[in-house]
Design a protein around this ligand. Sequence first.
Ligand code: 3BY
Ligand code: FES
Ligand code: FE
Length: 410
Amino acid sequence: MTQYTELRALLDSRRPWHSLPQPFYNDPKMHQADLDLIWSKSWIFVAASAELPKGETLQTVQIGAASVLLARAKDGVVRAFHNSCRHRGSRLCASHKANSPRIVCPYHQWTYDLDGKLLWAREMGPDFKPQDHGLRPVHCREIQGMIYVCLADQPADTAELEAQAARYIGPHDPANLKVAYQSRIVEKANWKLVLENNRECYHCSGNHPALCVTFPDDPNLVGADDSTTSNMGLAHVNRCEAAGLPSKYKCAEDERWRFVRIPFVGSAVSYTLDGKAASRRRLGTVPFDDAGSCLYYHYPNTWNHFLSDQVLNFRVLPLGPEETEVTTTWLVHKDAVEGVDYDLKRLTEVWIDTNDEDRRIVEENQQGINSPGYVPGPYSPVQEGGVNQFVDWYCQALRDGMDAPAARLA
Ligand code: 3BY
Ligand code: FES
Ligand code: FE
């Protein structure tokens, strides 16, 4: 209860349009509050659908203390389970990825089907009922090529997200993508600094030489505001929508997700150093190469780019108060052949550099915030509307989490 009191006081002390007070970025108690009130209650993006082909594929993901096992059984359905054996609780799968037709506990070999049913347990006596000891499910949804889980008892409704994702992502045909490359980096910074940094391009011209070749450094395109406040954004939205490609800025009522399609610089069509396509196979029903990038974020843990020739998923997971994992997945058409239709270096180099530049920025941000000299500073009204929108969402999500009947802190 004292933790709530402290948290409420800190939230009340927040100056609007300013960065957060220091404890939000480095205090272990506040980090635990983030885990309990946000990460344990929100839909969390965990994997691209293409990472889990049918039949024999498992993946694990760590969300705070919760280890979650993902499996796509032969029926094609992706399910999520607590990665804890129903015997004496051993972790079932220790690796990030595995390929197995069954889930076998390493301790006493209780064996589960990929749909969670307990198939086999040795010498448990005549009264033992295997059907009472299936894996405990975690809410799981597969929406337009992206898999999400939610640890809450009653997850937020996804109907509107599903409807809008079908409109904006559907044309990129997410069912026919394959993973071309995946990178995993650890950033020594609080997860919110990673998200805040993503929500503005104030830092782009000074830090992202490769990205800026193609990505427009225009706050009206990447901030919280409707992209049509920029003439270039308006022209792009009108042209795409006239061709049947949903593109107009669309934000959730509770502000936890948004879609918008923005143009690239000049005649660029993809995130490459020359602006030309990275893959020769155009995706789905995207009507032209220069469709720009459909930007989709879902708080607290993902932002994405949907292009005419590739899809980029970014997954953010907190590892500790000052440590965050960022996994980037590059997807191309499933029939695109490496070395023929795309060159892996060309496809990945801009965002490998950009991610590393962002890692350095947010690590320096963390170091400066840790100093006793840090005081919250003002956001640019021109450039940092998106950061303010994220921080507003975060503060409101904490308040909602504290007010929810089941809320509790250790
Ligand atoms: O933080 C970044 O690097 C990204 C690039 C695109 C939007 N955002 C500003
Ligand atoms: Fe899993 Fe014993 S803990 S079989
Ligand atoms: Fe950046």
